[in-house]
Structure formats: C-alpha cells, structure tokens
Design a protein around this ligand. Structure first.
Ligand code: NOJ
Length: 450
C-alpha cells in the first residue's frame, strides 16, 4: 500500500482557522504579454534574449491565464481550495511603471477578483512578484532610489482599485531571490551583476516593502497585510569550525538579511560583514523607515542547504554542497527532498518576537510528470506535500506559530530560468494545447480539503 492510501492526515488536526490555499504569480501564468495596452516587464525583455532561459522558453502565452482564468478558477473551486494567491502585473496596470493607469489592465484584475468572490474563493494579492516595468529598469530599476516612490505609487493604485474587495495582501515576493539572482548573479531579469547593484537593490527593496505596506494600511484600514520571504534550513557540511562559520554566513544571507530590518532589527552586518557596504546607500532617515508591523509573514520553504567553507567564493566565503553530490533524493530543480527543513525553519522564525503570524505562502515540488490515459500519477508530489504537512503538525503540536499553508502551484507554469521543464502544479498543463489535467496530488488535496 502506498503512503497516499495510508495517510492519516486530516485537515481538522490543523484547527478550524488554519488557512489552506494555492499560490501563483502573474508572469508565470498569464501570458498575453502585450495584450490590451500592457507594457513590457523586465522578464518580457530577459526572456526574449537568447540563452537566458533553458531551451529559450518564453512566457508569451505561458498558461494563458489571461484568457482562461475562468477555467482555472473553476478548477480551484473543484479542488475545494478556499484561498487563491496571485500577483498583479505592474506593467499591465501601469505600462510605463508610473501614471497613467491602463484601464484594461484594471478591468482584467477586477474580473478575476469578482469571479473568485462569486466562487467563494478568497483573493490574496502579491503586489510584486518580480515583473518590474521595463521602462523603470531603463532608469536603473531597483538600483535607483526613486524605485521606492515608483513602488509606493503603484501600491496606492492597487489599493485604490482592488482594496474594496481584497483584504489579504502581500507586498513583495522573496526579495532575496530576485535581488540576488537578478542584480548580483545576473541569472534572472534584469540580468545585472555585481555587489553594488545588489546592495542598492537590497536597500531600496527593503525601504519599498515598508513604504508599500504603509500605503496599504492607510488606504485599506481593515487589510490583512503580509510580505513573503524565501527561507531554507542551513546545515554545515562538517562540524569543522570553518564550515560552521560558513553556514552561519549563508544562513545570514538567505534567511536574515531581508527580514531583520523589516522587524526593526537592522541589517545583520555583524554576521555578514559585506553588508557593511550598505552604509554607502543608507541615508540618515532610512533606519526609521525600514520596519513595519506586518499582520503576517509569509515563509516559502522548499529544501535545506548544506554549506562548506570556500575561500574561492567572494564576500561569503562559502559554497553549497549540491544534492546530487550528497546522493540524496531531489526534485527536478535539483533541490533535496527534506521535509524536516520546514519544521526547523518554523522553529527558527518563531524566535523573532516581532512576527505576529506565520503563513507558509509557498511549498511544493517539481517532478517530471506525464499524462498517461488521462491521468498523472505524481505520487512523489503527493508524498512531498503530505510529509511537509506532517512537519507543520509537529510544529503546531509544539505550540509554534504557523497558521496557513499554500501549495506552489495551481498549475504547471513558467519556472523562470528553468522555463517549462520544472512542473510544480497540482494540475498538469499541456503547453501545446493548454489542456489541464488534475494530477493525483491535486485529487489528494481536494479529498483532504473536502
Ligand atoms: C519561489 C517563487 O516565488 C516562485 O515564483 C517560484 O516559481 C517557486 N519558488 C519555485 O521555484
């Protein structure tokens, strides 16, 4: 008997108020890259350049959510999922990033919100899930301090048009990932590199997170406001002092750098000395404007990382020992399947006194799914979700704060630099025909939520 049939997990164990949902992002699902007045985003430009994305995949059509949103909303309802997280494409509603707004873009999101509410599904909006208007990147993007004002004006527009019906908001998605990959390593849009681009982007995004949240709070007094962080359980490769120190630096970079200033603790410069260079960009009043008292913090955890010291890697002096070198089970992303990571991360973030409520706003896995006789037997994904839910239960039983779980993702979609090869969905998408097939994991989740 396999684990699916064997699972004793029951939704009621998590409590009546526990939030269940599914997460998506505009660029990864919508397509319609230039429809109805939409402006270009940095990801439209990046994906049009040869060699940036695996197999030169692009997201011109993606999952065609722009046209087929009703089909997908019907599927969310069919799966009994009560909460749907999606992001607003900034250049769809403000083509140049600043006023004027594009009414057709506003109309589109209004249709989605209204349809969700009619279906009894609660909308959760992420303001920024990485698709900066290209017109703003031309002016320096997040490396330009003006980005804080551009972003807060955009937040005000979203609050004005959608805040009457949408009460759950996330300001920024995974700042460490899009600044690190997009402004330091150059492997994500906009493809910039180097420490000064990275540190400027880091500081401006952090200021923008607090300012955007304040804009939402003023405009929608009854809003439930959060922001999301990627986090990873970090372990040293050996008990050797150098590896332990290296692991601490990686932990600081990946888990602490973005959340601590938001919580009013400042940047963790002591444990990661390169962050002292941030002082070049921090203006006098900034330290009073970095924090915000969020209603919830969204944590997004997929795996653990094992770290060893390495003198060759600048600034951090550490490298990750990949899952294939450790001979452990991994997903199509090359990420180790290690469910206790979620428990450890919950324990760690529970130590921050400033966090009111934790919601797991993303967790999920990519596997090479195929449709056979109209079915997708993605048993590994079902196990992955079940095993992670068991870790949440363990955390809850110990009294740790965790009040929701959102699966990444509803459908297979455009996985950034990986293109369409990494399938994360509870629902399979045939990208030639746009046909949807609910996977075994989706059917299990439906049953679990019923
Ligand atoms: C984090 C990001 O928010 C999302 O866009 C991405 O697809 C998933 N993790 C999986 O990598």
């Amino acid at each position: 008997m396999n684990k699916v049939e064997n699972s004793f997990l029951n939704k009621n164990q998590f409590g009546e108020d526990f939030l269940w949902g599914v997460s998506t992002a505009a660029f990864q699902i919508e397509g319609a890259h230039d429809a109805d007045g939409k402006g270009s985003s940095i990801w439209d430009v990046f994906t049009s350049q040869k060699g940036k994305i695996k197999n030169d995949h692009h997201a011109i059509t993606a999952c065609d959510f722009y046209n087929s949103y009703q089909t997908d909303i019907d599927l969310i309802r069919e799966l009994n999922i009560p909460n749907f997280r999606f992001s607003i494409s900034w250049p769809r509603i403000m083509p140049t990033g600043v006023h004027p707004v594009n009414q057709a873009g506003i109309d589109y999101y209004n249709k989605i919100i209204d349809s969700l509410l009619e279906s009894g599904i609660e909308p959760w909006i992420t303001l920024y899930h990485w698709d900066l208007p290209h017109a703003l990147e031309v002016k320096g993007g997040w490396t330009n301090r003006e980005s804080v004002t551009w972003f807060s004006d955009y937040a005000a527009v979203c609050a004005h048009y959608f805040g009457d019906r949408v009460k759950n908001w996330m300001v920024i998605n995974e700042p460490s990932v899009f600044t690190g990959a997009g402004y330091f390593l150059g492997i994500h849009a906009p493809g910039k590199k180097g420490i000064s681009n990275y540190l400027k982007a880091m500081h401006h995004v952090t200021l923008a997170t607090a300012k955007g949240a304040k804009v939402l709070r003023n405009a929608i007094p009854d809003a439930n406001i959060g922001t999301t962080f990627s986090c990873t359980h970090i372990e040293p490769a050996t008990q050797n002092a150098k590896d332990i120190e290296a692991a601490k630096r990686v932990d600081t970079l990946l888990n602490r750098t973005f959340i601590e200033p938001i919580l009013g603790l400042g940047y963790p410069q002591k444990d990661l000395p390169v962050l002292k260079k941030l002082n070049n960009y921090i203006l006098e009043d900034d330290l009073n404007n970095l924090d915000f008292h969020f209603d919830f913090i969204g944590l997004q955890c997929y795996t653990r990382e094992v770290v060893k010291s390495s003198l060759l890697i600048p600034y951090i002096g550490a490298e990750l020992v990949s899952a294939d070198k450790r001979n452990v089970i991994s997903t199509e992303m090359g990420w180790e399947v290690y469910p206790p990571a979620l428990y450890h991360v919950l324990k760690k973030f529970n130590e921050y006194k400033g966090i009111k409520k934790i919601i797991i706003t993303e967790n999920g896995a990519a596997f090479a799914d195929t449709v056979t006789n109209g079915k997708v037997f993605d048993i590994k994904r079902t196990h992955y979700i079940q095993d992670h839910l068991e870790q949440i239960l363990k955390a809850k039983e110990e009294g740790l704060n965790v009040e929701g779980y959102f699966v990444w993702s509803l459908t297979d979609n455009f996985e950034w630099a990986e293109g369409y090869n990494a399938r994360f969905g509870l629902i399979h998408v045939d990208f030639n025909t746009q046909k949807r097939t609910i996977k075994n994991s989706g059917l299990w989740f439906k049953d679990f939520l019923s």
